[in-house]
Design a protein around this ligand. Structure first.
Ligand code: FES
Length: 153
C-alpha cells in the first residue's frame, strides 16, 4: 500500500494532468490537511494576426488549436463552424516559413477550399490553411498570419 505524501500526490497529478491542459494550483485535502501542488503553466508563444485593417498581437498556448487561441484573445476572425471543417471562415494565409512548420493541408481540408472556391477568398497553394486545423507549436513563435477578407468577423 502506498503512502499519500505531498510528493506522491505531485507525481500522481503530474501523470494525470497534461501541462498543456491544466495550469494553476491544485488543492488536495487528505484527513483535513491541505496539500497544494503547483503545476507548471503551458508554454505560450507570441503570434500576430493581421488583416487589411487590423493587427492583433496575442499569446497562444502550445498544443492548442490556433483558431481557438486566436478567438480567446478576441482576434477578429470568424471561424463560424468552430472547427468542424465546414465553413472555410477560418481561412488564413501563412508565410513560407510558417507554412513549412504547419505543413500541407489534409485532403479533407483541401475539399473545404474546393467547395468554397468562387464564394470565398482565393486558395493560395503553399500559404492557405484553415487555422482551426493548426496546432500551435513552439516553432511558430513570432509568426505573422494574414486574415483574408472573407474570414474577418
Ligand atoms: S472554423 Fe469552420 S472550417 Fe475552420
Amino acid at each position: 500500500m502506498s503512502i499519500l505524501t505531498k510528493s506522491n500526490i505531485s507525481r500522481i497529478l503530474l501523470k494525470a494532468c497534461s501541462p498543456f491542459t491544466y495550469s494553476s494550483i491544485y488543492r488536495v485535502t487528505i484527513n483535513n490537511r491541505n496539500l497544494s501542488t503547483v503545476v507548471d503553466s503551458p508554454k505560450k508563444i507570441k503570434l500576430t494576426f493581421y488583416s487589411d485593417k487590423d493587427k492583433y498581437d496575442f499569446e497562444a498556448a502550445v498544443g492548442k488549436t490556433l483558431l481557438f487561441e486566436a478567438k480567446k484573445s478576441n482576434v477578429g476572425i470568424a471561424g463560424i463552424c468552430e472547427g468542424k471543417k465546414v465553413c472555410n471562415s477560418c481561412h488564413v494565409h501563412l508565410d513560407k516559413k510558417a507554412y513549412q512548420i504547419v505543413g500541407e493541408p489534409t485532403e479533407e481540408e483541401c475539399d473545404i477550399f474546393d467547395l468554397a472556391s468562387g464564394i470565398a477568398d482565393v486558395y493560395i497553394p503553399g500559404s492557405s490553411r484553415l487555422c482551426c486545423q493548426i496546432t500551435v507549436s513552439s516553432e511558430l513563435e513570432g509568426a505573422e498570419i494574414f486574415i483574408p477578407r472573407n474570414s474577418l468577423l
